[in-house]
Design a protein around this ligand. Structure first.
Ligand code: ADP
Length: 289
């Protein structure tokens, strides 16, 4: 089955994360086994992003959410590693600054949505305003409960203006989170990643589950779907997300723009130069599909 269908939260459905196996790896028994498929989709991502950049007509917004150590940074590394940095931007969202907090909650996100031809990745996103904000009562319920509809309207506005939106919830279980906390302790190169905040959030596991389930159920729409990605295995998470992004971009039927010059004329000019100056023996370039 197409991963865009398999992992999508059907609009209008109620999500129960307890029923999703965070260790799922589909038909792959190991990373090695999945490598050829990972390579295929990495290449596809590369080619399709190149096409989106060239076409310059639409854009893609990828939102990443998940618990601490769920793998948001690793996902960005993998997905962006396949793309040309000229056409991509990543924005991470932390506790709002004084200026950000003085505006409506969507203000700071809107400034980083992608321009035509561009891919934007949000490392945390406007969903924090119905997640951490809800779990820790940072605003009254009457305020955060209105935000689901406001988020749907905001996303619809972006979509109506040519942005495609894909939202990924990286699903890990409590055991895996603890294992990752342990790896961070054991590896001095990861000590910088350890934050007291991660440990402070752990006792709120169930409250976050409820907040995630509500957000996923209320804001997965035809125009801006959520995907619940089994993420205990980093390689499977990377494969699933690359595949969904590639499948989505492929379905858009993007086309390279028509050349702005007469290619036959340009060829004649080129050959005239080669005749005069010699050279012109460069290797033929691989064609982009
Ligand atoms: P990372 O994203 O790598 O975990 P940090 O460890 O600095 O980065 O965590 C960022 C923190 O900012 C998180 O605890 C997150 O919940 C918090 N945060 C993000 N957006 C908001 C928001 N709108 N309101 C309150 N806290 C937020």
């Amino acid at each position: 089955m197409n991963y865009s269908k398999q992992f999508c939260v059907k609009p209008g459905s109620e999500v129960d994360l307890g029923k999703v196996d965070a260790g799922f790896t589909d038909k792959h028994e190991s990373h090695e086994h999945a490598l050829p498929e990972i390579e295929t989709y990495t290449q596809k991502l590369h080619d399709l992003q190149y096409l989106m950049y060239a076409e310059d007509k639409r854009s893609l917004l990828i939102c990443l959410q998940g618990r601490d150590a769920a793998g948001k940074d690793g996902t960005i590394n993998h997905v962006l590693g396949a793309m040309n940095p000229q056409g991509c931007a990543v924005t991470g969202f932390k506790v709002p600054s004084k200026e950000e907090a003085a505006h409506d909650f969507l203000w700071r996100y809107h400034q980083h949505t992608p321009a035509k031809g561009q891919v934007a990745i949000f490392n945390r996103s406007h969903y924090e305003d119905v997640l951490v904000v809800r779990v820790h009562d940072l605003v009254p319920k009457a305020v955060w409960s209105r935000r689901y509809a406001q988020i749907n309207d905001f996303e619809k506005t972006l979509v109506d203006n040519g942005t495609h939106i894909l939202k990924f919830y990286l699903h890990i279980d409590p055991h895996e989170q603890l294992a990752r906390f342990r790896q961070r302790i054991d590896d001095p190169a990861r000590h910088w990643k350890i934050s007291d905040g991660d440990y402070a959030e752990r006792p709120f596991w169930d409250a976050y589950t409820e907040a995630f389930e509500d957000a996923l159920s209320k804001t997965s729409t035809e125009h801006a779907p959520w995907f619940v990605i089994p993420s205990n295995h980093k390689w499977f998470r990377n494969l699933a997300i690359s595949r969904i992004v590639a499948e989505t971009l492929e379905s858009l039927g993007m086309k390279f723009p028509e050349p702005t010059v007469d290619i036959d004329q340009i060829k004649q000019k080129y050959h005239a130069i080669v005749e005069q100056e010699g050279g012109g023996d460069a290797q033929p370039v691989k064609e982009h599909k």
